[in-house]
Design a protein around this ligand. Structure first.
Ligand SMILES: C[S@@+](CC[C@H](N)C(=O)[O-])C[C@H]1O[C@@H](n2cnc3c(N)ncnc32)[C@H](O)[C@@H]1O
Length: 350
């Protein structure tokens, strides 16, 4: 036995175990408004923070110490006071910031609360449906993707698809498949007022939330369809169809891709994003790859299997995308030069 390898695995397990509790502690801070309460204020004692957030001081003090150890917050021993730097605030507290990640703790925590059911399906097969996973998962996806949709989609991603921006400014029919709470649909509707955006999602809970946000935003070139993509009417004809991080979750991804191809104008374009993982597990031995791979059974795989689906999982990678594009009879599938840590992007033509 190689003792160095044992030592390095032990270090990894300890770091992962610590990380799992840091995630839970950060989730508490996010849900109970502790990060927000610290943002933009000077140093605070645990008593002052507990008062400000309306929480129990003893728990707040322990939370603060855990967050300092995790390097999410700072501590001044002389004043016995805790603070949040500008950088920590931009990542953990400021929801509108480009670097905001404070919502990402929700997906693991909202998933793990179903552990007894996960153990059952691991044993017996089947899966946990969106309805069973509950409302918080919908919000968790939305908050995880808020920053890239608000700061990169229109500014950086779409300009990298040949000919797309000019047509969107001139006025085009857009379908945003698997839109969840509709953040990407709303961003596109605002950026391209002459275009008409149709967000589509099979989950009634997601569409209810998307419609409420659209109404609040007061946009009139945006509407939502609550149906599975496979039920897209045969006479649908969109100039652009988008599917962000959703095809692999579907019960029938191939059927979905065929419906998308059928729903495009002859010169239409389908922009498809998939997670930045490989179908070779050894290539996923990096921070992003291991995160994506570990999420798959708890979310992407189980939601597909819950509907009797093919259970693609989220590690199809570029080769899986290209294979499905051929099976769905797209004539072209081009990998886009968009640089993003979590997702890779493809443009497909019918
Ligand atoms: C991981 S979420 C992504 C949501 C959003 N696109 C984003 O990037 O934040 C996947 C979405 O696909 C939707 N979905 C799954 N199967 C679907 C289907 N057959 N037709 C339409 N939407 C579907 C789910 O309801 C869910 O909202």
């Amino acid at each position: 036995m190689d003792e160095t390898k044992v030592k390095s695995l032990i270090d990894r397990v300890i770091a992962d175990r610590g990380g799992s509790f840091v995630v839970a502690l950060a989730y508490v801070g996010d849900r109970l408004g502790l990060f927000r309460a610290m943002h933009g204020t000077g140093p605070l004692t645990s008593e002052a923070l507990a008062r400000k957030a309306g929480l129990n001081e003893r728990y707040v003090r322990e939370w603060l110490k855990g967050m300092v150890a995790a390097e999410y917050l700072e501590y001044d021993p002389g004043a016995d006071a805790y603070s949040m730097t500008e950088e920590q605030g931009s990542v953990l507290a400021d929801e509108a910031s480009k670097t905001y990640l404070g919502g990402v703790f929700q997906l693991p925590m909202a998933s793990f609360q179903h552990m007894p059911r996960f153990l059952e399906v691991f044993r017996d097969g089947g899966g946990l449906s969106y309805a069973e996973l509950g409302d918080e998962i919908v919000e968790a996806h939305d908050r995880s993707h808020r920053s890239p949709f608000e700061h990169s989609l229109v500014q950086d991603w779409l300009p990298q698809v040949d000919g797309l921006e000019a047509k969107l400014h001139a006025g085009a029919e857009i379908l945003d498949v698997g839109c969840g709470l509709g953040r990407s649909s709303l961003v596109m509707a605002r950026a391209y007022p002459r275009s008409r955006v149709h967000g589509l999602d099979a989950d009634p809970q997601a569409i209810r939330g998307a419609r409420a946000s659209a109404e609040e935003a007061g946009v009139d070139n945006l509407e939502y369809l609550n149906l599975p993509i496979g039920d897209l009417p045969p006479d649908a004809a969109y100039d652009f169809i988008f599917a962000f991080d959703c095809i692999h979750d579907m019960a029938d991804p191939l059927g979905a891709l065929k419906a998308i191809r059928g729903g495009l104008e002859p010169d239409g374009v389908f922009v498809w994003s998939e997670l930045n993982a490989s179908n070779d597990p050894l290539e996923n031995r990096n921070p992003v790859g291991r995160m994506i791979s570990a999420i798959s059974p708890f979310h992407c795989l189980t939601v597909s299997l819950a509907y009797g689906g093919m259970g693609l999982g989220n590690m199809l990678g570029e080769s899986g995308v290209r294979e499905l594009a051929i099976q769905a009879e797209f004539s072209q599938c081009e990998k886009l030069p968009i640089k993003n840590a979590l997702q890779q992007f493809f443009a497909l033509r019918p």
